[in-house]
Design a protein around this ligand. Structure first.
Ligand SMILES: [Zn+2]
Ligand SMILES: [Zn+2]
Length: 244
C-alpha cells in the first residue's frame, strides 16, 4: 500500500523523514511525505528548499499539504520539485472576515486534547459547507491539486450526520474532483469519507488516495479504516488509486 499523507518534524510530526521511511520500508509500504507548507516550520523558501533536498535523498514521494483558502504560491523552481499536493480544510473564513480555526476540533478528535463543544447549528453548517465548495473550486482552478485531504473531517459534517444535505454536498465536491482530476483521500486518522462517498467516486472514475495523516510513531504505517473501506468497496485493484 502507498501512504501519501504523512507528517515529519519538518512541520508538526514527531519523526524525521528518515525514521518515517524506515518504518514504511520495514512493512514494505510505499511512502509519500506531505508536511504542512507555510506554517509549522516550513514557512520560508529557504526552509522549503532544505526540506525538498532532504526528501530527495530518500526513496519517498515528495508532497505538501496546503490549507484551503491559502493565498501564497511557491516559485516554480520549488513547486516543480514537488510531485503532488494535498488540499485540506484547517480553518474557515466567515463573510465578516473572522477566521474559525479547526485546530481545537482536530486536537480533540485526533489526540483527545482539551474539550470541544460543537457551536454550529445545522443551518450554519449547511451555509458554511456551501461556501466551502466555492473556495475549493477557486483553489483547484488556480493550480493542479492532486489530492483532496480529509474533506469530511469538520464539525459541520458532525452536526449534519445522516442529513440528506450531505449527500448533495458530496456530489458537488465529487464533481469538482472530476472536473479538476483530483483524487479523493480516504483518511485513516479522520475515518472518512464513508463508504457511500468512496463508492460514488469510483463510479465516476475519480482516483482514490490512502492517507494515514500520521503525526506520531504509533500511527505510522498503519491502515485499519482505510483497508476496511477498500474491502467493503471491493477495490482490490491498483488502477483505482492515484500514484504521483
Ligand atoms: Zn490536514
Ligand atoms: Zn495532514
Amino acid at each position: 500500500m502507498l501512504d501519501l499523507h504523512t507528517h515529519t518534524q519538518a512541520s508538526d510530526g514527531e519523526l524525521t523523514a528518515k525514521d518515517l521511511w524506515t518504518r514504511y520500508s520495514e512493512k514494505n509500504m510505499g511512502l509519500g511525505i506531505s508536511d504542512h507548507l507555510f506554517r509549522d516550520g516550513l514557512s520560508t523558501e529557504h526552509g522549503i528548499c532544505a526540506y525538498l533536498s532532504q526528501l530527495e535523498s530518500l526513496p519517498v514521494y515528495r508532497g505538501y499539504e496546503i490549507d484551503l483558502g491559502h493565498s501564497r504560491i511557491l516559485p516554480d523552481n520549488l513547486e516543480d520539485r514537488f510531485q503532488y499536493r494535498i488540499l485540506s480544510v484547517h480553518s474557515i473564513r466567515f463573510p465578516d472576515g473572522t477566521v474559525y480555526s479547526l485546530e481545537p476540533y482536530f486536537a480533540y478528535r485526533a489526540d483527545a486534547i482539551g474539550s470541544f463543544r460543537n457551536p454550529f447549528s445545522k443551518d450554519t453548517a449547511k451555509r458554511v459547507l456551501e461556501r466551502l465548495l466555492a473556495v475549493y473550486e477557486t483553489d483547484m482552478r488556480r493550480r493542479h491539486i492532486e489530492i483532496l485531504g480529509h474533506c469530511t473531517a469538520t464539525p459541520f459534517h458532525d452536526v449534519l450526520t445522516s442529513d440528506s444535505f450531505l449527500e448533495g454536498w458530496e456530489n458537488a465536491l465529487l464533481s469538482l474532483c472530476e472536473k479538476y482530476q483530483t483524487a479523493l483521500e480516504i483518511s485513516e486518522l479522520w475515518q472518512g469519507p464513508g463508504l457511500r462517498m468512496v463508492q460514488k467516486a469510483v463510479r465516476r472514475s475519480i482516483k482514490l488516495s490512502c492517507g494515514s495523516d500520521c503525526h506520531h510513531a504509533e500511527t505510522a504505517a498503519k491502515f485499519c479504516y482505510v483497508t476496511e473501506i477498500i474491502q467493503q468497496a471491493g477495490l482490490n485493484c491498483e488502477e483505482y488509486f492515484f500514484k504521483p
